[in-house]
Design a protein. Sequence first.
Length: 285
Amino acid sequence: MARAIWSGSISFGLVNIPVKLYVAVREQRLHFHMLHDQDKARLRRKMVSETTGKEVHPEHIVKGYAVGPDQYVVVQQNELEALQPEKSRTINIVDFVDQKEIDPIYYDRAYYLAPDQHASKPYRLLVEAMEKSKKVAVAKFVMREKEYLAALRPVEGVICLSTMHFGDEVLDPQEVTEVPEVKVDEREVKMAEQLISTLTSKFKPDKYKDEYRHRVLEMVQRKAKGEKVVTQPAPAEKPGKVINLMAALEASLAEARKGGGGRGGAGSRKRGSHPGQSERRRKSA
C-alpha cells in the first residue's frame, strides 16, 4: 500500500470527511548526472557571485525579487513566513460545477483521496452524490505551506483531487499567438469529419508508450553489461510539401479505412484501467 503524503478532511457543507492524500501519477522521466569525462566523478554546482566570481556560503544567500534590470528587492525569510497562508488541514469545497465547464488546461497534478478511519460512509455519500449529479467540486486547501485550487471528481468510486492553475496563470491564446482568418470549403470539413470518425476509438492509456525513454533505457542496460553500442543519427526530417488539401484528406481517409481505422477492438479495457487491475478487483471481491 502506498504511503499518504498528506492528511486532513473534506469540508462539505456541515459534513466533515477525514481523508488521506495519495499520489495518483508517477512520472517516468530520464534522469542523468553530470560527470567529469576523465574520472567519471560527479560534478557539483556552486553558488558563485557574478561580481567577484567567488563561491558564496549559504549563510550569506538571501532571496531577491527582480523589479527591473539588475534591480532587486531583498525579502527576508521571516517576512515570507508572516504572509504564508493559514495552516489548515481542511479541503474547503467552494462550488460544484459541471466537469465540461473546466477546460483541461487548468488541471495540474492528480492525487487520490481515500477515507480515513471511520469516514467510509460520508466519503461514499459524497462519491455517489457527485456521480449522480455529474458535478465536480472546486475547492481550496493548504499543503506544505502553499495554497492550492483543486477539483474533486469521482473516478471508479474513488475521489480524484486535481490541483489546478489559478485563472491569472492561464494565458489567453489570443495574446500568445495569432491564427489568420481563412475560409474552409464545406466539402473539406465533411471529409475531415469522416477522417476523424474513422480514426475514433476508445481511449486506452496502455496503447501509448514513451518510445524514446524505452530506447534510452535499453541502450543503458546494454552498455552496463559491457556491450558496445553503435548508434546511427536519426535521418533529417524532410520539409513538408504544399499539396492539395482535398487530395490529402481523400488519401488519408482511404488509408485509414484500409487499415481498419482506430476503432477499439474487443480487447479494449475500461477508461483508466491498467493490466492486472481487473484481476485485483476479482480477488478483493
